[in-house]
Design a protein around this ligand. Structure first.
Ligand code: C2E
Ligand code: CA
Ligand code: CA
Ligand code: CA
Length: 277
């Protein structure tokens, strides 16, 4: 297939037709999944490095398809973004998480923060602050326990508009985290422009610790400069004790990763949380 830019195809080849059909199929499947509750929210613990305690969780979407089994978000989120379904899905996730968080508080579980991923599309279209405000009051979930994760690249897209939306969100009392930090091209100084609370160091910088000197230096530089900007720093994708030891030595605040636990169904997460108290 020869393609010259978006929607400017020289030849409409067999594989393009196939791809279009697959896309169409996925689109209707995804709409149905949302309606029929085939989507689930899993929770991955976030741990305080100095105490070893769970202080939060990241909500991660799962699609349990009757025939195909678990379909990972990397396969369906990009499609949901393209077909404009991410706004509905995103709102569903936020509602689900705030409802769950309220339930856990009512059940006497220790208060923890719950982090939800926002797609750049959700920032650009509609009034995200108004819809989050509505969800918070409907569910009665305290705003200070909700954290919104935005990727570094989402922040870089339309800086002035994004800053405005983030200020509106902050005014609701929710916290903001920058996700996948280090994978974009923004400098740490650039982050000063945004109202942020947490910096999440991307997994790719953690993977080769302690073997790669460069990555160790990058990670410790991000921790140091994050703290200079008065942000809390969380390391993603921590899988080994050596990585955790390194992060502890360098004053990283929190971590998330298979070393503690993968994302769990809500009830398993609640059991784990309960077991630490
Ligand atoms: P992310 O936000 O960077 O989430 C972290 C990903 O790393 C998750 O993959 C998580 O399961 C995985 N992970 C965590 N610890 C480890 C580890 O120690 N080792 C390894 N190998 N992986 C680890 P997951 O759940 O497959 O999600 C992939 C991406 O899909 C997320 O990346 C996020 O960008 C997107 N996503 C997931 N849920 C949502 C959602 O509700 N809304 C939006 N907009 N995007 C979502
Ligand atoms: Ca995330
Ligand atoms: Ca991430
Ligand atoms: Ca990622």
């Amino acid at each position: 297939a020869k393609a010259e830019g978006r929607g400017n195809f020289k030849y409409f080849s067999e594989d393009l037709t196939q791809a279009a059909l697959r896309r169409l199929n996925l689109e209707s499947l995804l709409r149905r999944a949302l309606r029929h509750q085939e989507l689930l929210v899993y929770y991955q613990p976030q741990v305080d490095i100095s105490t070893g305690r769970i202080i939060g969780a990241e909500a991660l979407l799962r699609w349990h398809h009757a025939q195909e089994g678990m379909i990972p978000p990397s396969q369906f989120i990009p499609v949901a973004e393209e077909i404009g379904l991410i706004a509905d899905i995103g709102e569903w996730v936020l509602t689900q998480v705030c409802r769950q968080g309220r339930c856990w508080l009512d059940a006497g579980l220790p208060p923890i923060k719950l982090a939800v991923n926002l797609s750049p599309h959700q920032l650009r279209h509609g009034d995200i602050a108004a819809s989050i405000d509505a969800i918070l009051s409907q569910t009665g979930f305290p705003p200070e326990f909700l954290e919104l994760e935005l990727t570094e690249s989402a922040l870089m897209e339309r800086e002035t508009e994004v800053v405005l939306v983030l200020c509106q969100l902050r005014a609701l009392g929710v916290r903001i985290a920058i996700d996948d930090f280090g994978t974009g091209y923004s400098s740490l100084a650039y982050l000063k422009h945004f109202p942020l609370d947490v910096l999440k160091i991307d997994k790719t910088f953690i993977d080769d610790i302690p073997q790669l000197e460069d990555d160790k230096e990058i990670a410790s530089a991000i921790i140091g400069m994050g703290h200079t900007l008065r942000l809390q720093v969380l390391a993603e994708g921590v899988e080994t004790q050596e990585q955790l030891d390194f992060l502890q030595e360098h004053g990283c605040d929190f971590y998330q990763g298979y070393l503690k636990s993968p994302a769990l169904p809500a009830s398993d997460f609640a059991a784990l949380l309960r077991s630490q108290f």
